[in-house]
Structure formats: structure tokens, C-alpha cells
Design a protein around this ligand. Structure first.
Ligand code: NAP
Length: 246
């Protein structure tokens, strides 16, 4: 049987890294995209190979069309036709009210989280349609519906765009046998919170989460793995919230 070839953007750390390892354990070969952390990408690639899967790492910025094309070209050349995409590489910029947010941070969030996701979806759709189908999972956020006042309304807006592209593409690509779904995580314990300037955020948020704790990256990876598996063969256009009830 052919092994699925899956591209995971932002696979070097956090949710993407956990997803690479989980999918490798479920029989996927992995093309791991990342933007700067070579050592982290190498470490995840080693873990993927230790699980018996093939892995290629590709450094590049998903907001740049040429880098996205190179990621998909490399995946196909090294591993074979791409059957799945996990659109995960995302940024928030610093925490704060919109009135204090710099234009360059707004633009970067939209470039990576919206344009980058669309560039990856577009190339995936072209390749998958040519090879009889596939599956896409977009990593959204509970922020898309909560709005994140005081933290990053612009990021929440970018994730609402993720939900809209998921619904629209599921309808556009269904006839090509391409399923498109999203996972909307709540607060997950990754580096992202330190990067946005508040490493203690997941622990503090626990009081407002019905299940009483932040989530683990592996709990998001499990949802992604299901959405890419034959078990979800009739699921498309779904936004699966994995947020501890938030
Ligand atoms: P993270 O720990 O900060 O990791 C981000 C990953 O994305 C890294 O692998 C990073 O590569 C890569 N990346 C960032 N910008 C990129 C770009 N322009 N091009 C290519 N790769 C890029 O983040 P995370 O918490 O795992 O978040 C992953 C996804 O989940 C994001 O879409 C985020 O919005 C979403 N999410 C996270 C949470 C949460 O609480 N953590 C909640 C809801 C949704 P390098 O290692 O090279 O820097």
C-alpha cells in the first residue's frame, strides 16, 4: 500500500512538531516546513525517522510564494505525490490592544496566517486534484470565535479567515475528492506564548478553561491525525474545536 505523503508547515516546534511525530507513527512520510530553527527541525526529523517514516526538511517562509512552491516541489521530488497538507505555520506578533499594535505586526500576521495558508492550499489543491484527491487540515484557533480582545484582535481575525477558507474550499474541492477541515485549538502549551511576550499565559488561563488546564500539542495532533485518516472519510468543511471547553 502507498504511504501518505504529508506536508506539515511549521513542523519544527509546538503543534506542528507533535503532528509530524504522530503522523509518522500512523504511517505518513513527512515534508517538514519551518522558517528559521534548523536544530529544532533536525530534532523532529530524527524523531519522524525513528518512527520508521521518511522525512525531508525544507526551510522557507510560507508567506513567500516561491518558498511555498519549493516546499511542495521538494516534497514531491523526494517523497512522491503529496496526499495531505497540515497548514500550521502561524504567528501572533506581540500581545496588546489594536490601538498599540504596529502596522508591520498586523501585516506579518495577515501575510503568514492568511496569505501563507492560501498559497499552501492553492498549491495543494492543484497537486492533489492531479493525483485523484487528498486532504487538508488548516490549524485555526478558538480565537476566531472569541475575538481575543486586549490580546490580538488582528490574529483572531486571521483565524476567522482560516475558518472561512476551510468552509469555502471544502465546497470548491469536494468534487476533486479533496477534503478540507480545520482544527481550532484553545490555549496550548507551546513556545508561542513566550514569543508573544507572556510565557506564563497558558498556566494563568487554566482558571477560565472548563477542563481546568491548557492543552498539550499532542492533543491537537490527535485531532489532525483523525481528520487525515480514512476514519473521517465523510468529514469535510468541519471546524473541530479542541479547546478544553473554552
Ligand atoms: P510555535 O510553537 O510558535 O511554532 C511555530 C512554528 O511555525 C515553528 O515551527 C516555526 O518555525 C513555524 N513558522 C512560523 N512562521 C513561519 C513562516 N512564516 N513560515 C514557515 N514556518 C513558520 O506555534 P504553535 O503554538 O505550535 O502554533 C501552531 C499553530 O497553531 C499556529 O497556526 C497557531 O496560530 C495555532 N494555534 C496555537 C495555539 C496555542 O495556544 N499555542 C492556540 C490556537 C491556535 P521555526 O521553528 O523555524 O521558528
Amino acid at each position: 500500500m502507498t504511504r501518505p505523503v504529508t506536508i506539515v508547515t511549521g513542523g519544527s516546534r509546538g503543534i506542528g512538531a507533535a503532528t509530524c511525530v504522530r503522523l509518522a507513527n500512523e504511517g505518513h512520510d513527512i515534508a517538514l516546513g519551518y522558517v528559521s530553527d534548523d536544530a529544532a527541525a533536525r530534532e523532529v526529523a530524527d524523531a519522524v525517522r525513528a518512527a520508521g517514516a521518511r522525512c525531508v526538511t525544507v526551510r522557507g517562509d510560507t508567506a513567500q510564494e516561491a518558498d511555498v512552491e519549493r516546499l511542495f516541489d521538494t516534497a514531491a521530488a523526494e517523497l512522491g505525490p503529496v496526499s495531505a497538507l497540515v497548514n500550521n505555520a502561524g504567528v501572533t506578533g506581540p500581545l496588546g490592544r489594536l490601538t498599540e499594535t504596529r502596522t508591520e505586526d498586523l501585516r506579518r500576521v495577515m501575510d503568514v496566517n492568511v496569505v501563507g495558508y492560501l498559497l499552501c492550499c492553492r498549491r495543494a489543491a492543484r497537486d492533489m486534484a492531479a493525483h485523484g484527491g487528498g486532504a487538508i487540515v488548516n490549524i485555526s484557533s478558538a480565537a476566531a470565535t472569541l475575538g481575543s480582545p486586549g490580546d490580538y484582535v488582528h490574529y483572531a481575525a486571521s483565524k476567522a479567515a482560516t475558518d472561512a477558507m476551510t468552509v469555502g474550499l471544502s465546497k470548491e474541492l469536494g468534487p476533486d475528492n479533496i477534503r478540507v477541515n480545520a482544527v481550532a485549538p484553545g490555549i496550548i502549551d507551546t513556545d508561542m506564548h513566550a514569543t508573544m511576550g507572556d510565557p506564563g499565559r497558558p498556566a494563568r488561563a487554566a482558571a477560565n478553561i472548563p477542563l481546568g488546564r491548557p492543552g498539550e500539542a499532542s492533543e491537537i495532533a490527535a485531532a489532525v491525525a483523525w481528520l487525515l485518516s480514512p476514519e473521517s472519510s465523510y468529514t469535510t468543511g468541519a471546524i473541530l474545536r479542541v479547546s478544553g471547553g473554552r
